[in-house]
Design a protein around this ligand. Sequence first.
Ligand code: PMP
Length: 393
Amino acid sequence: MTAPLLMIPGPIEVSPAVQEAFCVPPPSHVSPKVIEAFGLALERMREVWGASAASQPFVVAGSGTIAMEMAVVNVVAPGQRAVVVDTGYFSARMAEMLRRRGAQVTMVGAPVGQAPALEEVEAALAAGGCKALFATHVDTSTGVRVDPEALAAAARRHGALSIFDGVCATAAEAFWMERWGADIYLTSSQKAIGLPAGLALMVASPEAMAARRELGAEVPMSVDFLEWLPIMTAYQERRPSYFSTPATNLILALAVSLGELLASRVGELTGMAACFERHRRAAAAMRQGWAAMGLELLPEGGLAASSLSAVCYPQGVGPELTREIAARGVIVAGGLYKGLQSTYFRVGHMGHTTTRPDDLRRTLEAIEGALIACGHPIEAGVAVAAFNAAPTW
Ligand code: PMP
């Protein structure tokens, strides 16, 4: 029997080359192989993030939540003001972290499936004294994508830093850190970066690094930019170093996965522009499939992310659908937004599977079969036919 296809919004399927790099006997953190891979990964991160040579990448063992914590505590001191763009579950987590840091938090929200208007965010920033604006690039609970370019520009206009949680977006959704003037873009390894879980990743702008130096508050040691900076510098210079043991197998795999992302090609496009376009087209083709099956998305219109689809259950169908889909060899996720969990399901389409349209077809086929089994009146084959009619990549 073929192994089930993991189509949740992270962890995701990884490429054979990544798996090969990861599945080796654990190397030492000061072995030449790890030092080279670490240095290469840091260089490649700047390219994947579209970040300047003056920016600082960090790779720390951990998860997306640890990356969020690291961003919060290095930039915001107790008593300072922060504005959070609230698009769902993970923005609420960011706000709670800020509150625990002692910050004064202003939330700018919108109804589920929507994002707040830029003017509302701008009004919160204009109230003055805001140290940083926080936003979730793609909220994994709702599939809503915000516009980081506009938000970063708004933050700059009001003298605030801009910090983006890219856990469900980085490497899948367009993001050009230097061009857009963003200050921290953070993620974790198990989503579109294309690795198993276990790494917290981020790039900080020179302004974010300056904010850490001027912070005037203690930063917990294990997540302090200034503890990690000499370590990152050492690896960049291909020197051994130690502060806290890195996840060495993941570091080997990280250099490979970032290399794969940068080697993307779609038509005339190369590098990250191609990688983002591949995800955009894959998501568009999946949306053709949803429409053909009479399914609606949770996010409104143009806000639907490229990295995942949050799909509403049709009339008469509920969470039993995900079990029916699993019985057909494809794993998808249930709803996550509080109070609405039983009204929709989520399908990840990021990373390796976007290079394999057959995996996406297999996913649509399994969902279609499951819907039919649950009594939804559609004809077998409509989803894949609609997918096949979409522009290829
Ligand atoms: N932010 C977003 C947008 C996420 O999707 C997630 C994880 N699904 C996190 C933060 C937290 O990441 P982790 O589970 O790796 O701690």
